[in-house]
Design a protein around this ligand. Structure first.
Ligand code: HEC
Length: 203
């Protein structure tokens, strides 16, 4: 009993400390219900959030962030033939993170080949950089890199910020311009998977 009780106290304290520190936990300091002595009573508040590792958290947030992409690339990531290229199994998605971040940050226009199929949708894809925070963008990219059978490293907020800090471009990219980034990775990527981020942090 006493052990369980102590463990619960430790969780409450750790949750309160860890949340604001990591920024992974949407801790609302102005929430009138929340205080150090009485945990937030709202349904779901604190539930599991503190127990989720950074990868699981990114996947959860990325899944809801993906709503802005799903209208074109579809919920199953298969896109629409001849119109919107697939993200499932796409070499653009699981390949170099330098290219992937730029595609979504600045948009993409003109002829492109994905999984051997050509696309050239008028107008191409708009830029999402201005509309999305670095963290939101990172979560969506981690999500599409690890859904529908895709498997690739996590993209962190810091990585998106790194690209933003060196890339002043505002126009949409074209596929040939991005060729040089096809296999290049933004420094700092970490393997995806439950718990994978923990050892990287401990280094
Ligand atoms: C309005 C429709 C639309 C939306 C919304 C959209 N895309 Fe796209 N996307 C496209 C089109 C069209 C292309 C191909 C552009 C070209 O032909 O140059 C593309 C290409 C891509 C590519 C490279 C090719 C591939 O299939 O892997 C990636 C990666 C991508 N989009 C990711 C995203 C992500 C992530 C989001 C959400 C943040 C998103 N897109 C939202 C239309 C869209």
């Amino acid at each position: 009993m006493i052990v369980i009780f102590l463990a619960m106290i430790a969780c409450v304290i750790a949750g309160g400390q860890l949340g604001p520190m990591t920024g992974n936990y949407d801790f609302n300091t102005s929430n009138p219900f929340a205080s150090a002595s009485s945990p937030d009573p709202r349904p779901g508040a604190g539930d599991g959030a503190a127990a989720m590792d950074p990868f699981q958290m990114a996947m959860k947030k990325g899944a809801s962030g993906y709503a802005v992409c799903g209208g074109c690339h579809q919920g199953n990531g298969m896109g629409i033939p001849g119109q919107f290229p697939p993200l499932a199994g796409s070499e653009w998605v699981t390949g170099g993170t330098e290219r992937l971040v730029r595609v979504v940050q600045h948009g993409l226009v003109g002829a492109i080949t994905v999984k051997g199929q050509g696309y050239n949708t008028p107008g191409g894809m708009m830029a999402f950089g201005a509309a999305m925070s670095a963290g939101d963008l990172a979560n969506v990219l981690t999500y599409i890199r690890n859904t529908w059978g895709n498997e690739a490293t996590m993209i962190t907020k810091e990585m998106v910020e790194k690209v933003r800090s060196v890339e002043t471009r505002t126009a949409q990219w074209t596929a040939p311009e991005l060729e040089k980034f096809a296999a290049a990775n933004v420094p700092g990527d970490i393997p995806a998977g439950p718990g994978a981020a923990a050892p990287a942090e401990a280094k």
